[in-house]
Design a binder for this molecule. Structure first.
Ligand SMILES: *Cc1c(COP(=O)(O)O)cnc(C)c1O
Length: 398
């Protein structure tokens, strides 16, 4: 049996005709830059995410870059983020002339740890006060601890840009700063000043190329983002700012509007697959010592079962024997991947930027040694999941 890490064939076959129809409309309209398809998708994503506005951009990376540009940071400013994420989180910070500062992650979620973040912010506030933004990542489809992080943001008066690239539709029981009683469910991208989404094909909502979106509840910030998306022009040919070409392609927007209608079903299927893995691992006597399964940490919040507390963009297990297991599974035609083998503070490109090499973030570093993503895509069959878990059980018996 073959079990790919991700198979886009079934969903593509399902709405192939509809997508071709939508693309044909773009072709015939001759409107190839922004236009009605992009505006429609922006409205749909804003509504879906519970944000006031959304701005379509060319990729998740460009969503981050444009959001940071719109903060108008100065050279030498710093952005606090996690060392355990896809490179674009840090790359975007450096590309706007700022420097990343890291705080270690929480061992259960692998998201930015608010306690560690508080230490860094406190030290910064006592000294140079260079940290001008916080960029948490909602890794693998589960939100970072946003109540605590937004509380820090208020305390230190810095905006929060959410890297929600892996978490469209993920929900979080949010307690607004100063309102420390009742949690309200909020979606990724609607809690900070802005939320950045990626439509890279392997995300839960993926297009057929590159695409991205920025959501915000601040309408003035939305206008600033629209300006930066289009070379900083406002009006056309008058540039008070230097932006870029960060526009979302209308063909991609057309594809995404079709697929958005299926997103909730896909989330549910991924969640069912996660439950099935939990059952299978337990039956095989694997969960626990040898293999740790990902936790949905907000499952104790009230009404949690009615909310997407984890959308499982990835189902990441952890094991000491990760590298050998990966090789074994690949030998059995089971797709799996390491997210991420090198922490950001250990990347070679930082060598010219200062003293990152001396830093250590033990929780993130441990995760880079023991985490392995298994197939979790919506159409994965029970038989395929059984095959995956059997193979893992076999490996641990060797
Ligand atoms: C995918 C991803 C991005 C970048 O998105 P692209 O659309 O590929 O540019 C940024 N951050 C995280 C955490 C991601 O997973």
């Amino acid at each position: 049996m073959k079990v790919p890490l991700l198979d886009l064939q079934p969903q593509t076959a399902y709405f192939r005709e509809q997508i071709i129809q939508e693309i044909t409309e773009v072709v015939d309209s001759t409107c190839y830059i922004l236009g009605p398809k992009v505006t429609r998708l922006e409205q749909e994503i804003a509504e879906y995410s519970g944000a006031a506005a959304a701005v379509g951009v060319s990729s998740g990376t460009d969503a981050l870059v444009a959001s940071l540009m719109a903060l108008e940071l100065q050279a030498g400013d710093k952005v606090l983020t996690t060392p355990y994420t896809f490179f674009a989180t840090m790359g975007s910070i450096i590309r706007v002339g700022a420097l990343p500062v890291f705080a270690d992650v929480d061992d259960r979620t692998l998201n930015l740890d608010p306690v560690k973040a508080a230490e860094i912010l406190e030290a910064d506030a006592a000294g140079e006060r260079k940290i001008k933004a916080i960029m948490p990542v909602h890794l693998f489809g589960q939100c970072a601890d946003m109540s605590a992080l937004m509380d820090l943001a208020r305390q230190y008066e810095v905006p929060v840009i959410e890297d929600a690239a892996q978490a469209i539709g993920a929900e979080y029981p949010f307690i607004a700063p100063k309102n420390n009683e009742k949690a309200t469910w909020k979606k990724a991208g609607s809690m900070g000043l802005a939320g950045c989404f990626s439509f890279f094909p392997s995300k839960n909502l993926g297009c057929m190329g590159d695409g991205g979106m920025i959501t915000t509840c601040d309408s003035a910030f939305a206008e600033t983002l629209r300006c930066y998306r289009n070379h900083g022009a406002d009006p056309k040919y008058y540039h008070s700012k230097v932006g870029g070409n960060f526009r979302l392609d209308p063909i991609q927007a057309a594809v995404l509007s079709v697929k958005l209608h299926h997103l909730e079903r896909w989330h549910t299927q991924r969640q069912e697959n996660a439950q099935q893995y939990r059952r299978l691992f337990a039956q095989a006597g694997l969960a626990g010592d040898q293999v740790a399964l990902p936790e949905a940490v907000y499952s104790n919040a009230s009404d949690a079962e009615q909310h997407n507390i984890h959308i499982y963009n990835q189902f990441v297990i952890r094991t000491e024997r990760r590298d050998a297991l990966k090789e074994y599974l690949q030998g059995k035609s089971i797709g799996c991947e390491i997210y991420y083998p090198v922490c950001l503070h250990q990347q070679d490109c930082l060598e010219t930027l200062g003293s990152y090499a001396a830093q250590s973030f033990p929780v993130a570093e441990q995760a880079s040694r023991d985490s392995l993503a298994l197939p979790i895509y919506p159409e994965l069959s029970n038989e395929q999941q059984e095959y995956v878990v059997e193979a893992i059980a076999e490996f641990f018996r060797l």
